[in-house]
Design a protein around this ligand. Structure first.
Ligand SMILES: [Zn+2]
Length: 323
């Protein structure tokens, strides 16, 4: 059975893909002094195009999704999609790292927040800091993380020590200290970007330091690796159940359009995921999930006192036994 797709279309957002990807592809061939000018032009063009729309229709966004043979992959190292008012989603090329995580950039009037920096990229090009700076220029930047796993802070070193940049450590202690979270995980907090306040909700279970981020401007709830169209690896079953309950309560008291995680591992066929470690995912499930899907998970977990694998239409719960 095929998962349903939304019918809305935003042609200008599509233009962003067509303009952006081939030009980024060709950046390798450009002489070094030209790159900043080309990048600047691209970002200005994309911002101008996308600001004429509301938000990108993420149900119809086609992401770069790797190749069967990565030696022939022509996609850019990072796909950038501009959404609405100063909001960006980046996806890492699957041929750089099979996890192909998503990263998110929210820009306020005074500062910007980058959530996650991708998976390790070895000696391959992965110009995340360059891309972010081309968008936000000299604005203060906070780099935060959804949790501690290595495929979420791969490019932290690009940001460490740079001007106008604060990189928050990814451990639970560092997250608690920076955001002043004294009562973990029940307490929530927020970070003010200037006319845009992002809420932070601790959701341990996949990882001890997992947090969700809510942006009231886009109405996106970023759920990291705790809830996304893929395999939800659960290391602390009881903590995960409580986190999903709290996240559901949060959705009921806030306007949430999309729940966005950091990966796609489900195909368009209900209950079917791609093989772990694949570098090619044609016909991916759309990135966004909605509260209806979280409610299905919440209601199931209420009845699951002990850890058990369970396949749902659009995600799979996978308990993990730590060694
Ligand atoms: Zn993870």
């Amino acid at each position: 059975m095929q998962a349903a797709k939304s019918g809305r279309n935003f042609p200008l957002t599509e233009q962003t893909h067509f303009v952006f990807n081939p030009l980024l592809r060709n950046l390798k061939g450009l002489k070094e002094p030209m790159k900043p000018f080309v990048l600047t032009f691209l970002f200005v063009a994309c911002l101008t195009a996308c600001r004429q729309n509301e938000y990108a229709d993420l149900n119809n966004t086609e992401w770069i999704h790797g190749s069967p043979d990565c030696t022939n992959n022509q996609d850019p190292p990072i796909q950038a999609v501009a959404c609405g008012n100063d909001t960006w989603i980046f996806r890492q090329n699957k041929c750089i790292h099979y996890e192909a995580p998503f990263m998110f950039l929210f820009e306020g009037q005074e500062r910007a927040l980058l959530i996650d920096t991708g998976a390790p990229f070895g000696n391959r090009g992965f110009p995340l800091e360059e891309m972010v700076r081309s968008i936000i220029k000299e604005k203060d930047l906070i780099v935060a993380h959804t949790h501690t796993h290595g495929d979420h802070h791969g490019a932290d070193s690009q940001f460490a020590g740079k001007p106008h940049t604060t990189v928050i450590g990814w451990s639970q202690e560092q997250v608690q200290t920076y955001f002043g979270l004294t009562s973990w995980p029940e307490q929530t907090t927020s970070v003010d970007l200037g006319n845009r306040t992002i809420e932070i909700i601790p959701i341990p279970g996949h990882d001890t330091a997992s947090v969700a981020f809510y942006d009231p401007v886009s109405r996106w709830l970023l759920t990291g690796d705790s809830f996304y169209p893929g395999r939800l690896y659960v290391r602390d079953w009881d903590a995960f159940r409580r986190s999903i309950m709290r996240l559901s309560d949060f959705c009921l008291s806030h306007q949430v359009e999309y729940l966005l995680g950091n990966h796609i591992e489900m195909t368009m066929t209900f209950g079917k995921d791609y093989p772990t470690g694949t570098t090619f995912q044609p016909e991916e499930h759309p990135l966004p999930l909605r509260f209806e899907q979280l409610r299905i998970l919440r209601d199931s977990l209420k009845l699951m006192d002990t850890p058990a694998r369970k396949v749902f239409d659009e995600f799979i719960v996978e308990p993990v036994m730590e060694m």
